[in-house]
Design a protein around this ligand. Structure first.
Ligand code: SF4
Length: 307
């Protein structure tokens, strides 16, 4: 991975922005929890094209804030009678029995905080994130957080030999706005919020880990164009929408995902109403995916149409 500095930031800042407590380069037969929850195509393209990938220093601003938060957390070692373990790296081994010559894979993870007592554990993840991501998490759930914390739960139970009773994300909202909180009833009322995460049964957690390791190993030698396509959920996709608008009003009367239904509504409303097309977006592909340049699925989706 090559680092660029397109905005001519001073060296001290570039070093702070590009320092990582984790080795992010994918390794053979070792999977971190972050690797497991990535789409198979993205993981393999990153592994194969790693030395060609580039990242601009400034794109790591929020990761740097995350690391500062983790440093703050490491100062506290007890919490309401719990013994607190901060960023303890855990390793488990998974036997790949379904291949001709079975072999072991390492699965690693570092939960931000594990609160331990005699008969159970609580797993916490601390995220510096946008207030709107928390609003959407409340409406639509956050599958990646659920997968990540349930993988940690499996590692914690294996490592400390106590059941995990509770999973939680503490979200620090980097762009929280007091005026938006007063205006919008769905918006978080304070800049730090706790979001409970659904705990899966232990067997489901282990199945998920096994299945992800199996899939990632299975596609290890498959050529780029035959890797499984990312789903709309993997791409953080939002579909096209059609808004029925009323003249003189800023917000939509109603939003439709189907153009024909929106037109039908428009016809009923009559004069003074109009239709507005709001194009969908594949947010991860278009803004965040490091391998989009090497991804045939993304290239096909963005190629100009033939006349
Ligand atoms: S660019 Fe989009 S489709 Fe391609 S690997 Fe990244 S997330 Fe998946």
């Amino acid at each position: 991975m090559q680092i660029t500095n397109k905005h001519n930031l001073p060296n001290a800042l570039v070093e702070a922005l590009t320092h990582s407590d984790y080795d992010l380069q994918p390794k053979p037969r070792v999977y971190s929890v972050s690797d497991l929850i990535q789409p198979t195509q993205l993981y393999h393209l990153k592994k194969r094209w790693w030395s060609n990938l580039t990242e601009d220093a400034i794109d790591n601003l929020w990761r740097m804030y995350g690391q500062i938060t983790h440093q703050m957390l490491s100062r506290c070692h007890n919490e309401d009678g719990y013994d607190v373990r901060v960023e303890k790296r855990m390793v488990d081994r998974v036997l790949m029995e379904e291949f001709e010559d079975p072999y072991e894979i390492e699965v690693t993870g570092k939960p931000d905080r594990v609160l331990l007592c005699r008969d159970h554990a609580i797993v916490e993840d601390w995220k510096v994130t946008s207030a709107w991501s928390v609003v959407f998490a409340g409406k639509e759930g956050k599958p990646d957080w659920e997968k990540q914390l349930n993988c940690y739960a499996a590692l914690v139970e294996n490592y400390y030999q106590v059941p995990v009773k509770w999973l939680t994300v503490w979200a620090i909202l980097r762009d929280w706005s007091e005026s938006e909180a007063m205006r919008n009833e769905n918006y978080p009322k304070k800049p730090i919020v706790e979001i409970p995460v659904k705990l899966w049964p232990a067997a489901k957690r282990l199945d998920y880990i096994y299945q992800r390791v199996y899939d990632l190993e299975l596609y290890d030698c498959v050529e780029d164009q035959l890797l499984p396509e990312c789903t709309p959920e993997d791409q953080w996709a939002r579909p096209d929408k059609w808004a029925v608008m009323k003249e003189g009003r800023k917000s939509a009367v109603r939003l439709y995902e189907n153009e024909a239904e929106a037109e039908e509504r428009l016809e009923k409303e009559g004069k003074g109403f109009f239709l507005q097309h709001r194009p969908g977006i594949r947010t991860r592909c278009e803004r965040y995916c490091a391998v989009s340049e090497y991804c045939w699925q993304h290239q096909a989706a963005t190629a100009p149409l033939d006349d």
